[in-house]
Design a protein around this ligand. Structure first.
Ligand code: OAD
Length: 228
């Protein structure tokens, strides 16, 4: 089976009702990123940071995978599919994708502020000041905040280096190091870019200018013709 690697971003989950960050009406229009998604914000105002992620988590518990997520899961019948996602939701997994790497953390997990290896899966949306790990230290959202290292970037780069087909979907390619992963893709491997808006990719791409759901359906059709 050929290796098909997907780099997904917030637009992937937009049709599930989850807000993107930089579109009109996106989260970073309403919030100052450094006030809610940085280690400094956590030190200054942990309640505000908790509330921001609690709201996101509450919505995630009510959201469902969309046709795009399901379409990518279906591709596992024909390809060895690896999904590298910037998204902190679990919609790829819930749609049935089996190899998902979360670059920026996971909303449904919390981790200890004393020992980052102590990570817990949450079964409810609310995380509170006073919720502690087994060592008695405060739990924080298991999210990579701005200014924090992206620990999984080298694992992701290795996956991208082995891509026979690369698909970019629903990301504005604004945030590094994630946006730089496209540079690891072998030059002979085709790159498909699915997004309803223009995204500058400094590489030659096959553009599918559609939303994730219809774009992934179209992609599956193209791949069927090319590789079956
Ligand atoms: P952005 O909000 O920057 O970009 C979303 C992209 O999705 C844009 O290119 C939109 O055109 C596209 N889009 C919108 N609706 C879509 C749809 N229905 N189908 C497909 N595409 C659609 O989100 P990201 O690129 O994911 O990090 O942002 C990267 C990182 O910045 C996030 O992981 C987050 C944020 O700050 C952290 O919080 C650490």
């Amino acid at each position: 089976m050929k290796n098909l690697v997907v780099l997904s971003g917030a637009g992937m989950s937009a049709e599930s009702g989850i807000r993107t960050f930089r579109d009109m009406g996106g989260l970073w229009e309403e919030y100052d990123v450094m006030e809610v998604a940085s280690p400094q914000a956590w030190q200054r105002n942990p309640e505000l940071v908790m509330r921001f992620y609690n709201e996101r988590r509450k919505q995630l518990f009510e959201a469902e995978p969309n046709e795009g997520h399901k379409g990518l899961a279906e591709l596992e019948k024909h390809f060895n599919v690896h999904i590298v996602t910037q998204n902190v939701d679990d919609l790829h997994e819930r749609a049935g994708s089996s190899q998902v790497l979360h670059l920026h953390g996971e909303l449904k997990k919390a981790r200890s502020t004393a020992n980052p290896n102590l990570v817990y899966t949450l079964d409810k949306w609310e995380l509170k000041i006073g919720d502690t790990c087994e060592l008695g230290s405060q739990l924080r959202p298991h999210i990579v905040w701005f200014g924090e290292p992206v620990d999984k970037i080298m694992d992701a780069a290795l996956i991208c280096q082995n891509a026979d087909i690369f698909v970019v979907v629903g990301t504005s390619l604004n945030v590094y190091p994630a946006a730089g992963l496209i540079d690891y893709v072998p030059s002979e491997s085709p790159v498909f870019l699915i997004d309803p808006n223009d995204v500058p990719a400094n590489k030659s791409v096959y553009y599918i200018k559609e939303k994730a759901s219809s774009g992934i359906k179209k992609l599956a059709g193209i791949l069927r013709e090319k590789y079956n």
